[in-house]
Design a protein around this ligand. Structure first.
Ligand code: C2E
Ligand code: MG
Ligand code: MG
Length: 687
């Protein structure tokens, strides 16, 4: 051990060893034992038992993990009582040194064990000597005073041993001393009481009828077998309630623990968190399950450490974890979620790559959102789903997000009727060609013209439509409306193309391409005027199937845009392989461009990236002239946003169009798009 590696535990253990050795030396010098003490039957029987006891520790299950108890101390304590301290030390120290050397323990640990046994047995012998003045095997019968002496000696042995061992362990592990004393006290006392109380029995039997001594091994063997069996049972129980990958408790344990907590009387309130890692599927798909497991193995303990000791943390399966926080309030949940995000976003290593993860968290409150574990889990799941779709880190349950809630079920049937009764309307938001300075396309955005609620925005019903199986009908209705309006525009001589948002369920529907073809033919418009917008995540749901449908539609002239680009986690390798013409940079990046340089960099590099892939870019969410100028200077092709126009009903778009383009502009634009010379472009005549 070099001085730089010298830790307090080494100093402490060495000191205990030295004190023990000095005490031993003094004892040998002052009261050297007679040879007779080492040749008597009692010594031989007990010393042999000490060695056996040291070699075969008793296994016992403990809450903090399996524990081992060395039964040798029972016999060495009996030696103290019946034969004397030095014979006891001779047997115990020989056994301990042999065992430590065989286990290749470092010198400071060997020294500590010598010191610890010398001091503990010395304390016991001192108490016996003080009370009785002699050992027990000297022809005296055992009376009340002897019993008192034995108990006092056992207490002295136990407490000296506990204080020394707990100090050494806490110095080694770095945990608080008092905590360790408190946790070890109960277990230590119960075991020591059994073992140490047997010692006077051993002594009496050896004194009176030594032939009976071997019989005392019978109950001991029973204790051994029982201990081993309970360790095995505890291990099986641990396996049934814990996840082997992360060593965290599993779903079964979590449900039981939460159920117990909510049926107990003391719980007033609690938070149940459902945590789902973002992009984990991508890690699994790209690096393989083996490395996915590796990531989970690294994150499990970090997730556990982000929460308090009183919180229940479990892995429910896959990349999903649950936490129950008894007595938590909003502030403590938020603080814990911050710690959690820090913990998961610190790099993890898989396949030699450093990966940074983050998580979506859904929260349900006990008893406000549910009184039992299943309801709480279900509601935290609804909140977690919302956290994922809105890209928030933490979302609290709201009944309106819950597709099982009566409110959502009622809304779904309302929407079904709304679709049938033509309550859906399309508003159009123009897209401006930044090089030409004129509007060239419009995005159709659906609204629900509800008889009582008025115009309902899509954010409030698209998700309901997705969950209620209404999205396909909704998409076809939107296409019908859009293509009908497009036809009118074209008939009026406006060279405009139309973008429509398509949900993944529609795209993956086998009949979709044929249905689009039918609708195009029905309204007499060419597929070349139609762009379908898909989000990254929808493409990743089933890339092969998406590609097939997109290829079929491309043959009709239909083109594709990736909507809200930058918010999903799509792999560029997939995107480059798809027939996509356009990237629509998500408005969250565009809107923050002027205030946040990182967003500026994201927008800039997305434009560059798109150009290198042969795609054009649309900047969404342009709200002011600075952003407009900036995206144009960065070479973005199209712009869309409130600065030019909010989404407008069909007839208002017509008026806007007339106001913002002169016939000459439109003609020039059409010519230039046909390949003419580009002119420097000014800002649009709108604001
Ligand atoms: P999106 O496709 O990304 O549409 C753009 C959204 O951004 C629209 O919201 C639009 O009003 C809003 N927006 C445009 N410019 C600005 C701006 O400068 N500032 C701000 N703050 N917002 C701007 P809207 O109409 O509420 O639509 C929301 C989303 O609903 C759409 O996002 C789209 O994902 C979905 N959606 C709309 N119509 C349909 C549809 O027919 N089918 C499907 N499946 N989804 C639709
Ligand atoms: Mg869109
Ligand atoms: Mg968008």
């Amino acid at each position: 051990m070099t001085p730089s590696k010298l830790r307090p535990v080494h100093v402490f253990c060495t000191a205990v060893g030295l004190v023990g050795a000095v005490l031993l030396g003094v004892l040998v010098l002052l009261a050297p034992p007679s040879v007779h003490a080492f040749t008597g039957l009692a010594f031989l029987a007990l010393a042999a038992s000490v060695i056996l006891g040291e070699l075969f520790p008793l296994e016992l299950p403990r809450r903090s993990g399996d524990g081992e108890v060395t039964v040798s101390t029972m016999f060495s304590f009996a030696l103290v009582l019946g034969v004397g301290l030095l014979p006891a030390l001779a047997a115990q120290l020989t056994a301990s040194i042999v065992q430590d050397v065989a286990a290749r323990k470092p010198l400071w640990q060997v020294g500590f064990n010598i010191g610890q046994y010398t001091l503990s047995l010395g304390a016991a012998a001192g108490v016996v000597h003080l009370i009785l003045g002699h050992t027990l095997l000297t022809g005296h019968s055992l009376g009340a005073v002897e019993l008192l002496a034995v108990m006092a000696a056992a207490a002295a042995f136990f407490s000296t041993n506990l204080l020394l061992v707990a100090r050494a362990t806490t110095l080694y592990v770095g945990t608080p001393y008092l905590d360790a004393l408190r946790t070890d006290l109960g277990f230590g006392m119960s075991v020591s009481a059994v073992l140490l109380c047997l010692a006077p029995v051993l002594v009496t039997v050896l004194d009176a009828s030594p032939v009976l001594f071997p019989l005392l091994y019978v109950p001991l063997l029973g204790v051994y077998a029982g201990g081993r069996q309970s360790v095995r049972t505890a291990k099986a129980e641990h396996m049934a309630t814990h996840d082997s990958l992360t060593e965290l408790p599993n779903r079964r344990w979590f449900r039981d623990a939460v159920n117990r907590a909510v049926t107990g009387r003391s719980l007033r309130n609690a938070g149940l968190l459902l945590i789902d890692l973002n992009r984990f599927k991508e890690v699994n798909d790209t690096l393989g399950h083996h490395h996915g497991d590796n990531v989970l193995r690294q994150l499990g303990p970090r997730i556990r450490a982000a929460f308090g000791e009183e919180d229940f943390v479990a892995r429910l399966g896959g990349d999903e974890f649950a936490v129950f926080m008894p007595g938590a309030d909003a502030a403590s949940v938020e603080a814990a979620v911050d710690r959690l995000q820090d913990a998961v976003s610190a790099p993890v290593f898989a396949d030699g790559i450093s990966i940074e993860m983050d998580a979506s968290v859904g929260l349900a409150w006990y008893p406000f959102h549910g009184g039992d574990v299943d309801t709480l889990l279900e509601r935290a799941d609804v909140a977690m789903y919302r956290a994922k779709t809105t890209q928030c880190q933490l979302v609290t349950y709201r009944p309106e997000d819950d597709y099982h809630s009566p409110m959502r079920v009622a809304m779904a049937s309302d929407l079904r009727r709304g679709i049938e009764e033509n309550q859906l309307v399309l508003h159009y938001q123009p897209q401006l060609d930044l090089a030409l300075g004129v509007p060239v396309a419009a995005e159709g955005l659906v609204r629900w013209n509800h008889p009582q609620k008025g115009l309902v925005p899509p954010a409030e019903f698209i998700e309901v439509a997705e969950h209620a199986g209404l999205i396909k009908d909704l998409t076809y209705k939107v296409m019908e409306l859009g293509l009908k309006d497009l036809r009118e525009w074209q008939a009026a001589g406006r060279d405009l193309s139309l973008s429509l948002n398509i949900s993944v369920r529609s795209l993956l529907d086998r009949h979709f391409p044929r249905e689009v073809q039918r609708l195009l033919a029905l309204h007499g418009v060419s597929g070349h005027a139609l762009t379908l917008e898909l989000t990254e995540s929808s493409l990743m749901a089933d890339p092969a199937m998406a590609k097939k449908a997109m290829n079929e539609l491309s043959e009709l002239g239909v083109s594709f845009a990736i909507d809200d680009f930058g918010t999903g986690y799509s792999s560029l390798a997939y995107l480059a392989d798809l027939p996509v013409r356009e990237l629509k940079i998500d408005r969250s990046f565009v809107m923050a461009m002027n205030t946040d340089s990182r967003n500026r960099i994201i927008v800039h590099s997305t434009i560059e990236l798109a150009r290198n892939l042969g795609l054009r870019t649309v900047a969404e969410g342009i709200e002011d002239v600075e952003t407009f100028d900036r995206v144009r200077d960065l070479g973005c092709e199209l712009a869309q946003g409130y600065y030019m126009s909010r989404p407008l009903p069909f007839n208002e778009l017509e008026r806007w169009w007339v106001a913002s383009t002169t016939p000459v502009d439109a003609k020039l634009a059409a010519e230039r798009r046909g390949g003419g010379v580009q002119q420097p472009v000014t800002r649009p005549a709108i604001a």
